[in-house]
Design a protein around this ligand. Structure first.
Ligand code: CTP
Length: 211
């Protein structure tokens, strides 16, 4: 199958030297790219700024902002059978971007923000028979929010985790996730390496696509 995977954070520039971003390091998305390649799939990876190397067989598109992720997902959507949105896409960006470095003397203490596009919602109408997977990184019990996002974004599967735990979520090599499906089924996976989690996610997708 053809897997389109997004990974890492986005950066929303304020001026040439400053941006809004988040703690994502891309480890889960890159682990998914690796697991899908090992399982014999074709993989394209849309990656925000991270310091990771992708397997040689993976075609990587480097992106910076949420708008870039949307463009790249739109460009590659027709190609894929499976879309996995593991990227931590910023929800807000500065309402205006300065072409020159801002000076404190002419900045106010308030930043005006505007919403970024919701990528999964934007491409939902082109889904067809494709399998769409989202991620929900929450603080505290992630299940209620993950279940809401699964429905609102029209997903087939969502991978939920509690990022307030020190051994799961951002910047660590392990993760403890719950996988929820559109039919209401869910599966609590134990603490595992991100590569093991990724292999299980790829297997679950393969099982669902075969049905
Ligand atoms: N996502 C997306 N476009 C965005 C933001 C997020 O497609 N602009 C995707 C993420 O890649 C992830 C899923 O939506 O797969 C859930 O992301 P999350 O940030 O948890 O959800 P939000 O819709 O931003 O919800 P909230 O801010 O209410 O938590």
């Amino acid at each position: 199958m053809r897997f389109l995977i997004t990974a890492g954070p986005t950066r929303e520039m304020l001026d040439p030297v400053r941006f809004l971003s988040n703690r994502s390091t891309g480890k889960m998305g890159y682990a998914l790219a690796y697991a899908a390649v090992v399982a014999g799939h074709e993989v394209r990876l849309i990656s925000g700024p991270v310091s990771l190397a992708a397997p040689a067989a993976v075609k990587v598109s480097d992106v910076v902002s949420a708008a870039d992720v949307l463009n790249s997902v739109q460009d590659n959507l027709q190609w894929c059978d499976v879309l996995i949105m593991a990227a931590a896409v910023a929800d807000w960006r500065p309402a205006s971007v300065s072409a020159v470095k801002l000076k404190k003397s002419n900045m106010s203490g308030t930043l005006e923000l505007e919403r970024t596009p919701d990528i999964l919602k934007s491409v939902a109408k082109y889904k067809g028979g494709r399998f769409f997977v989202g991620f929900a990184a929450e603080t505290g019990d992630p299940l209620p929010e993950a279940s809401r996002k699964l429905k609102e974004k029209g997903l087939d599967m969502i991978v939920a985790n509690d990022v307030s735990q020190s051994d799961a979520g951002f910047a660590v090599d392990t993760n403890r996730v719950t996988v929820l499906f559109a039919n209401g089924d869910y599966d609590n996976l134990p603490l595992m390496s991100k590569v093991e989690v990724a292999k299980m996610i790829v297997e679950k997708i393969e099982n669902k696509m075969e049905k």
